[in-house]
Design a protein around this ligand. Structure first.
Ligand code: URA
Length: 435
């Protein structure tokens, strides 16, 4: 087999066999296929696409490029949840203890944020002492003891994706649906997920800006699930405005705790309920989504989800006191409120702009090696459809210096638009695709 011929076939829209795709991925991982040929192949995929069968073959070839995990020690179906990335998306922090409190076992691998989107591990770093680097033994032991653990993904999982993603990043081939779908699904499958729940974000703060594209991405991932015998479902959810109020690491942990106390923002609570019901269905803990929602609602009343969060923090070396007293979370030295000068309805809160402002304040990183300020960020109280009166707080900014916050206030003015007449509250869940 020659890589040259396989690039030509893909460029001409001729389907590759499983063996040919395996040859490409194993050759690239081993270094026998150079970056320039791989880049040409990715560009051919960008323009010509890949069939569902070829996309599934690519996913499995990536899974097989490294270590894979299985969880024979754990009873029941191992379910994972993945979000394609958004602004203020702290659903994992709420969902993990909530679903675990129903008796489901959750072994979650999470990542760090990049650019204007956040990552769960960065948020958890805001809890004093919390360790996310758990070895497999400790990870399993913790899931067996308390049904719940969250850890960073090891470098040995899907090495092909690590190399390929870096290459796509510099060759304008990131936004190809088969490449994104295989990248995401290969990591979930390699980490041992048997049931996969996907939150595919669409809108200004998301990777996919248009609903048809988000739908196509969701369908492609669910299809990979079908081809690889993983029960998969995807919700397509609105990311035009930030989710909840808080954007920034310590601020988001605080909001997640409030949500587990039943005092969280409505959109965040509703999304967690919908995703949690999907997880319970995939784990075969319930036989319908309605039963899943009911189980979650009943469990919330018992206070167990909050207790689970405390247990998880304590097992992973953190101070569980933050759950009872979120004021123990680190705080920024400069906190400033921005107030409405006149009554108006909120028309738009651009999630991408808000994410970038939070990043400028220090809450995010531009490159994977940047350090982040865990205290920095924004709380946005203006939500689309809401009417604010003169003097109401639009947003609260948290930063290191007065100058940083001055700049953020200026930028925030362009991120929000207003209407003198009522505006509609956006629909949060825009679609569901399931295998
Ligand atoms: N997230 C991933 O893991 N991979 C992609 O290609 C895009 C987003």
């Amino acid at each position: 087999m020659r890589m040259y011929d396989l690039i030509t076939k893909t460029r001409d829209g001729i389907e590759l066999s499983r063996e040919e795709i395996q040859f490409i991925i194993s050759g690239y991982t081993a270094g026998s296929i150079p970056d320039y040929q791989m880049a040409a192949w990715c560009m051919a995929i960008y323009f010509k696409g890949l069939s569902p069968t070829a996309t599934a073959a690519l996913t499995m070839a990536m899974v097989e490029s490294g270590e894979t995990l299985t969880w024979p020690e754990l009873d029941g179906v191992v379910v994972d949840k993945h979000s394609t990335g958004g602004v203020g998306d702290k659903t994992t922090l709420v969902l993990l203890p909530w679903v675990a409190a129903t008796g489901c076992k959750i072994a979650k691998m999470s990542g760090r944020g990049l650019g204007h989107t956040g990552g769960t591990l960065d948020k958890l770093d805001a809890i004093d002492g919390f360790e996310s680097a758990l070895d497999r033994g400790r990870f399993i032991e913790q899931v067996q003891a308390i049904d719940l653990a969250v850890a960073g993904q090891t470098g040995a999982l899907v090495p092909a994706d690590q190399k390929l993603y870096a290459l796509r990043d510099v060759t304008a081939t990131v936004d190809s649906i088969p490449l994104i779908a295989s990248s995401i699904m290969s990591k979930k499958i390699a980490a041992g997920a048997e049931g996969i729940v996907l939150d595919v974000k669409v809108g200004k703060g998301a990777f996919m800006q248009e609903l048809p594209l988000a739908k196509q991405l969701a369908e492609t991932m669910v299809d990979i699930g079908k081809h690889t015998q993983r029960q998969t479902s995807a919700l397509i959810t609105n990311m035009d405005q930030p989710l909840g109020h808080a954007v920034g690491n310590a601020l988001e942990v605080k909001e997640a705790i409030q949500t587990l106390k039943g005092e969280g923002p409505e959109d965040l609570s509703n999304l967690c309920l919908a995703l949690g019901a999907e997880m319970l269905l995939k784990a075969r803990r319930v036989s319908s989504l309605e039963a899943g929602r009911k189980l979650l609602e009943d469990t919330m009343q018992t206070g167990q989800p909050l207790h689970k969060l405390k247990q998880m923090i304590a097992h992973q070396g953190g101070s569980p006191e933050v759950v009872d007293n979120p004021d123990l979370l680190p705080k920024a030295p400069v906190v400033r409120d921005v107030k409405a000068v006149q009554a108006a309805y909120v028309k738009e809160v651009n999630a991408r702009s808000v994410g970038l402002i939070a990043m400028q304040l220090g809450a995010g990183r531009q490159t994977i090696d940047d350090t982040i300020d865990l205290t920095a960020g924004i709380e946005i109280f203006a939500k689309v459809g809401r009417q604010l009166q003169a003097g109401d707080i639009i947003a609260r900014l948290h930063g290191q210096t007065e100058q940083d916050v001055d700049e953020a206030v200026m930028a925030l003015k362009d991120a929000i638009s207003w209407s003198p007449t009522p505006t509609a509250e956006p629909q949060l869940i825009l679609g569901r695709i399931s295998s």
